[in-house]
Design a protein around this ligand. Structure first.
Ligand SMILES: [Mn+2]
Length: 234
């Protein structure tokens, strides 16, 4: 089996469309969506598109899928920006889409040709909010992965692609499809039999112009992020 891993779409419709096109040409058997689907500027368009694949792709839940589907606000200690965007994203989605996000599992394991069993999580194996960053020290990572029996762990959440070895584990972050850092394009990965980190260019100008015409809160921030991806992730 050969698998495409697409993480942290963050409601970027143009980036998702470009990656789905690239996946069609990549000859994969399975697609795994690694969480953080709908928190961003075009949640409804992105969820409508992903729902076409709800029986074909494998989905796991990210931290913002949880906060959007449960409509977390300031009562949970969130800042104004996050609370307002959560609320708005929730309002854009249908009840069925919110239910879909709520019910997603937090992890999945796939047996991949040439790689063996691979564990897919959103943050770390013990939390959807815990970050394994490109520069998190091995000492910090060890307790996060000590209960994992698989040799390969795929995680997201920090929006920067990497391929690291920590002790006897290989840890992969496919990067972010929709809110990338340190990359000019939509980031994802193919697993099996090798591990390939991919960057698919998309029309960031068109995406920005469309968002700026919408009623998305903080649309200027998203448009700017697309045009000028930051060096650091969240
Ligand atoms: Mn996340």
């Amino acid at each position: 089996m050969r698998v495409a891993a697409i993480y942290d779409i963050h409601a970027n419709y143009s980036a998702l469309e470009a990656v789905l096109q690239a996946i069609k040409k990549a000859n994969v058997d399975q697609v795994i969506v690694g969480g953080d689907l709908a928190w961003g500027p075009e949640p409804r368009q992105v969820m409508d598109l992903l729902m076409d694949y709800k029986n074909d792709f494998i989905f796991i839940r990210g931290n913002v899928d949880r906060v959007v589907s449960y409509r977390y606000g300031k009562e949970k200690g969130l800042d104004d920006f996050t609370a307002k965007l959560n609320q708005w994203c929730s309002e854009q989605l249908t009840e069925e889409q919110l239910r879909f996000l709520k019910r997603l599992p937090e992890k999945t394991i796939l047996n991949i040709d040439g790689l063996g069993e691979v564990l897919f999580v959103h943050g770390s194996p013990r939390s959807d909010e815990e970050a394994i960053r490109i520069n998190t020290t091995e000492k910090e990572i060890r307790p996060m992965i000590e209960s994992v029996s698989q040799n390969i762990i795929v995680c997201g959440h920090t929006h920067i692609q990497f391929d690291r070895i920590v002790d006897d584990k290989r840890i992969i972050n496919p990067g972010s499809v929709g809110l990338q850092s340190r990359a000019n394009g939509a980031c994802w990965a193919i697993l099996g039999p090798d591990i390939e980190l991919k960057v698919t260019p998309y029309d960031t100008k068109e995406a920005s112009v469309r968002i700026l015409k919408s009623n998305t809160p903080y649309k200027e921030d998203f448009a700017d992020h697309y045009l000028n991806p930051p060096y650091e992730g969240p």
